[in-house]
Ligand binder design. Structure first.
Ligand SMILES: NC(=O)c1ccc[n+]([C@@H]2O[C@H](COP(=O)([O-])OP(=O)(O)OC[C@H]3O[C@@H](n4cnc5c(N)ncnc54)[C@H](OP(=O)(O)O)[C@@H]3O)[C@@H](O)[C@H]2O)c1
Length: 250
């Protein structure tokens, strides 16, 4: 992303961890956090993607090639001596008609979008509590955490779960000064949505429902992440910031 407009000391001395950082939204968030001065631990399955990401800010980006659904990853988070910001971003979607949903896809999506997000947030919180850090946790939800849509029963179910997790964490952790918020983007052009947008009928379906008249870009989400990660949002917790061009306002 174009990081020239970002205030270079906004997150100076902060340590952030971003899951699913190799591509798409997570990659843009990592670049933005580093441009704002944070040291960022970028987590992804693909070492090649992590290597190319690190080139943008070698001094500020550490890379972990880890599977966020694996116990080894959770142990590694808990071993951190400092963590101020979690961008709990890794997620997947395989749209299928409700009656055709494949059991393996159902399990994989629950595992990554819900269970891994829960356990990642849990381990990050343990570090913040142990080290007395008033951190900011940002769970990557979706507009599909607020509404329904065809062929998205599993995805909507998982993102509604993320919205509930965010609210309950926010209430429980507020006495410790830990803020927990969600970001709920509309359709954003990323490798995940690329195959969807290759279908002209689907592209029109999406465009017809975004009042601002454009598909989201990863930079739109990264800007929201910077806001919620920084002290500029110090009175905001338990919220879901919709970056949806008006989709859910209708
Ligand atoms: N794009 C959208 O329109 C949109 C809209 C609303 C919300 N979101 C949410 O935003 C988040 C990111 O979406 P995206 O579109 O940027 O997705 P993406 O382009 O598919 O990127 C996801 C990244 O997560 C990584 N990843 C997947 N499984 C992993 C695992 N088990 N362990 C570690 N890393 C893993 C992927 O690595 P590999 O490439 O190596 O598999 C990839 O780099 C998701 O939670 C998604 O639900 C997206």
């Amino acid at each position: 992303m174009n990081t020239t407009q970002i205030q270079a000391d906004l997150l100076k001395n902060k340590v952030a961890l971003v899951t699913g950082a190799g591509r798409g939204i997570g990659r843009a968030c990592t670049e933005a956090l580093a441009a704002a001065g944070a040291r960022v631990i970028a987590v992804d399955l693909s070492q090649a993607d992590l290597d190319s990401l690190k080139e943008c800010c070698p001094a500020l980006i550490d890379t972990w090639q880890e599977d966020v659904t694996a116990d080894a990853f959770y142990l590694k988070i808990e071993a951190l001596s400092r963590l101020d910001i979690l961008i709990n971003n890794a997620g997947m979607n395989k749209p299928q008609a409700f009656t055709e949903v494949d059991n393996e896809i159902l399990s994989a999506m629950l595992k990554l979008n819900v269970e891994a997000a829960f356990r990642t947030a849990q381990c990050a919180t343990r570090v913040m509590l142990r080290e007395n850090i008033e951190g900011s946790i940002i769970n990557m939800s979706s507009q599909m955490g607020h509404v329904g849509s065809p062929s998205r029963t599993v995805y909507c179910m998982t993102k509604h779960a993320i919205e509930g997790l965010t609210k309950a964490m926010a209430v429980e952790l507020a006495p410790h000064g830990i803020r927990v918020n969600a970001i709920a983007p509309t359709f954003v052009e990323t490798p995940m949505t690329k195959p969807m947008f290759e279908e002209p009928v689907f592209r029109k379906f999406v465009m017809d429902r975004i009042p601002l008249g454009r598909i989201g870009q990863v930079e739109d989400v990264a800007e929201a992440v910077l806001f919620l990660a920084s002290s500029r949002s110090s009175m905001i917790t338990g919220d879901s910031l919709k970056v949806d061009g008006g989709w859910t306002a209708q």
